[in-house]
Every structure is written in structure tokens, then in C-alpha cells.
Design a protein around this ligand. Sequence first.
Ligand code: DAH
Length: 360
Amino acid sequence: MADLAELEQKIIGLIATADDLGVLESIRIDALGKKGEISLLLKTLGKMQAEERKTFGAAVNQLKGRINQALATRKTALEDEVLDKRLATETLDVTLPVQADPSHQGRLHPLSQVWEEVTAIFADMGFTIADGPHIETDFYNFTALNIPPHHPARQEHDTFYFAPDAEGNRKVLRTQTSNVQIRTMENQEPPIRIVAPGRTYRCDSDLTHTPQFHQIEALVIDKVTTLGHLKGTLEEFFKAFFEVDDLKIRFRSNHFPFTEISYEVDISYSRVGNKIVIGDGEEWLEILGSGMVHPNVLRNCGLDPDVYQGFAFGMGIDRIAMLKYGIPDLRAFFDADLRWIEHYGFTPFDIPSLAGGLSR
Ligand code: DAH
């Protein structure tokens, strides 16, 4: 029996110090394998007396049980150690590679950029942004703007007409953003100070015209509104938009049905080589139409021209975008050519503002 206790101590000691699964397995074989020490002990039972066999057999079997238990416990501990080691050293990267600089992937169309720049400038001056329907009635696109049926100005507009309704009225695709003037005055008490950037449509297509283009309309109505206000507003706007300190503007007498007095406005520029540089210079570039709102237009909107006056102007967003960014061909705006957008486009994360800079 003393042998058994010694044997147990030896084997349990070996198990406790086994430091890998291979060593542990050879300890198991040495103890419990076919020719292992415990198995050999069991083989001696046959030669024993019945009584001795009983007690010795039971003792060896219990020993075998305890060794098995110790082996199992040690095995689990070693397996855990192996797993912990793997977890500590092996890594699996489940992330996707980040693109070098995603902010340089997408591009904002120059028209969207200029649209944002223009609205940022006017918003800073205290104008609110307004819009109106693109499919418009004849009244809002023409009649209320002092362009009655058969007025010659209608011919200049190359209007897209819809099929007449049951009463014979034909809707139009608005030919100008001036329709927003009427809708604003109908719905809002003066003082009014709005700009309306938007899409406009005319049945015209050549080097300098596309059937769909963009305008921005401005309308200011108050009890005292003068040409001085118009001039100051335009000067401020063009300096901010073209990002120059100095620039002259010139009013040339003109005719628009919805203004009385009416002007076409030019801005100064100089030619450097074959480039146009907007800013103080000796040459003039026609840029927009403007004037003091016609008393008939005020009356059409229910305003008394003896109480209220105002000014209005309208200009092409496409045109000022081409001038500012040196884009020679208007039609390219509508080609959806990615190479062109990459060349002329803007990063969508640089939101234009007067404080932070419009384009740089
Ligand atoms: N609606 C004019 C056009 O499409 C532009 C215009 C000129 C608008 C004079 C105005 C203005 O408000 O006063 O050609």
C-alpha cells in the first residue's frame, strides 16, 4: 500500500509540472497505457488471494480514478493556456481599408457651387431665399409682370407651352425666375427682401443657350427704396462674388416690361493676354437686367405704388459661373462628364461662406 501512495505522489507530481500537452500525454501512457505502471499493477491481481485482490484492486482503481481526474484537470488548464496564447498573438483585421482621402473623391458641380456662393452672399446681406413653381401659369410668368397677351416681350422668350386645358389656358415652363416676384408680393407684407435662384426654361439651344438654364432673381420692396440701394447691393454682391476689392459697375438704360426705369448693368474687367480678369479695368461686360419695380406690377400684387417702391434684378447663374471659373462652353454644364466635373468641380466639404471664404 505504501508503494501505491508513493506512486500516486510521483505521478500527480509529474502531472502538475507537465508544461505541454505532449508531455502530459506521455505521462498518461506511462501510467495508464497498456504497459503503464498502473496497468501493470492491475495485471498482478490474478496472482493474489481473493481478499487481498479485493482490497488492492479497489485501491488501484481508486488511484486510477484520481490520476485520470488529475490528467483531465491539467489537460484543460494546458488547453486554456494554449488558447490564451493564440488569442494574445493572433489578430484578424475585419476592417476595410480606408481610401487615402475620401474628401477628394466626390466633386460638387460648379453650378451647385456658384448657387451656394450666391445665396451665401445675399443671405449675409439679409435677403431670404424664395422659390416658385417651374410649371407656371401664363399669369405669373407674363401677365402679372406687366407682359399682357400679344406684348412683344413674349416673343423674345421662346416659351415651352403645355397643351391647353379645358378652358384653353396653357401653362408654361417658367422662362424667368421673375415669377417669384409676384408670388412673394402676393403672400408677404413689405418690407420684402428676397432672392430666388432657380431653374428656367426656353426653347433655345446653341453655343450660348441651353433649353434649361439658371437665373437668380432679387426683389426688394419697402417704403423708401432707391436706385442707390440697387447700385450698392450690386456692387457689394459682385465684389464678394468675384472675390475682388475693386470693381466698377455701369448702368445702361434699357427696357423691361416689369421695371420702370430699367437698366442693363455692366461690370468692369481687364484683359490679360486672352484672359478676362474681373475687377477694376477699362472694359465692360454686360451682366444682368435690373430696374425699379413697375407700378403696374405692384398694383397687380395689391400694393399701392404711392406707398411702396422697390428694385429688382435678374441674372444668369450659368453665365456668372462661366466668368468666375473660366469655363468656356455653357453646354459642358449639362454633359455630366465626370472628367469635366473632376477638372472644374469643388470639394463638397468646403461650404462657401463670406466669413470662411467662397471658393478658396
Ligand atoms: N427676367 C429677365 C430675363 O429673364 C431678367 C430681369 C431683368 C429680371 C430685369 C429682373 C429685372 O427682375 O428687373 O431676361
